[in-house]
Write a protein that binds this ligand. Structure first.
Ligand code: GLV
Ligand code: MG
Length: 339
């Protein structure tokens, strides 16, 4: 087993990583709960088996006066947590420049460090943030005598963070993944939106005018506000061998748009998204699991391609080494989720 000591040394940017190897665990939804709310804490035993990842949130959406109660509530959850259930237990701690984060990390590692899988760090702006958290965790793990290193997950939610995304992903072997934080990112970029993720009816393109008649009625189509950032994030995660996630979708009632946003992220390469309400758990589970028809098609292609080289035609569609690899991605995911 790797010891926390292996995770102490931050990687040089671009250095090959001799120890990173994230074992597959279903991660289709990171379900947020507020541990300062005793009613939510009481629901954890029922909720845990229904989600891939349960996250005790200590940061935004927890009022300043409830920060300590949230930390204590999560410690209570961690103490009675049964890791053999397979669900991962994560936390989102407060930002590294906040007055609460030091106590968050010190308390959580000492009290429930052996139950937590991943620490989500908000508002990460560069490798220096990851190096700081990496070193601090190493010290706290050593003091607590932990045998298993805690992993780190960064939220991409500032313009500077997006600009430095590759170095963030490569900053430490502890890095498990990245999430898009569309609400904070929108504010930081001074975008003119007032929503938590999702689209905007004003962000659209319009058909060209027929015969140059600009007064004629013309169809419009909404565009995905998050396409660039999600694609950038997926590539950076691919370079580092870590996992990209879409973040929150705040309009809980709009399950259709939530599903569309999640699916765009899935198709672009994300492995999961946040769920902020129980209704979003099922959406994420469905969207981030390959559809049976897609799996059946992938099987046909792989069977038809034999050793995976050359070219064949299937239903009028050309298949070759590259489509074979695409199909393997779908089959690998389907197989891993079925295990
Ligand atoms: C999440 O933290 C966000 O800011 O969208
Ligand atoms: Mg945020």
């Amino acid at each position: 087993m790797r010891s926390p000591k292996d995770f102490f040394r931050p990687l040089a940017i671009g250095a090959p990583d001799p120890v990173r190897e994230i074992p597959f665990r279903p991660s289709r939804m990171i379900h947020f709960f507020d541990p300062s709310n005793p009613k939510m804490v009481a629901k954890v035993p029922d909720l845990a088996p229904k989600v891939d990842i349960l996250l005790g949130n200590l940061e935004d959406a927890v009022a300043a006066e409830h920060k300590e109660a949230a930390r204590a509530g999560l410690v209570e959850v961690g103490r009675s947590w049964d890791p053999s259930g397979g669900t991962q237990l994560w936390t989102r701690v407060n930002a590294l420049d906040s007055p609460w984060v030091l106590d968050d990390l010190t308390t959580l590692v000492a009290e429930i460090g052996d139950r937590l899988d991943v620490v989500m760090l908000p508002k990460v702006e560069g490798a220096e943030d990851i190096h700081y958290a990496d070193r601090l965790l190493a010290q706290l793990e050593a003091r607590a005598g932990l045998q298993r290193p805690l992993l780190l997950h960064a939220i991409l939610e500032t313009a500077r963070g997006v600009a430095n995304v590759e170095e963030i992903c490569l900053a430490s072997p502890r890095m498990q993944g990245l999430s898009l934080g569309p609400a904070d990112l929108a504010a930081d970029r001074r975008m003119k939106t007032t929503r938590v993720g999702g689209g905007h009816p004003g962000y659209l393109v319009r058909e060209d005018p027929p015969d140059g008649d600009v007064d004629a009625s013309r169809a419009t189509a909404q565009q995905d506000l998050w396409h660039y950032t999600v694609a950038r994030m997926v590539d950076a995660c691919g370079v580092a061998g870590i996992l990209p996630f879409y973040g929150p979708f705040g309009d809980i009632k709009d399950t259709v748009a939530c599903e569309d946003q999640f699916r765009n992220a899935y198709l672009l390469g994300c492995v999961g998204a946040w769920s902020l309400h129980p209704v979003q758990i099922g959406i994420a589970k469905q969207v981030f699991s390959p559809e049976p028809a897609e799996v059946a098609w992938a099987k046909r292609v792989v069977e038809a391609m034999g050793d995976g080289t050359g070219a064949v035609m299937l239903d009028g569609k050309m298949q070759d080494d590259a489509t074979y690899k695409q199909c393997q991605v779908v089959l690998d995911l389907a197989r891993s989720l079925a295990e």
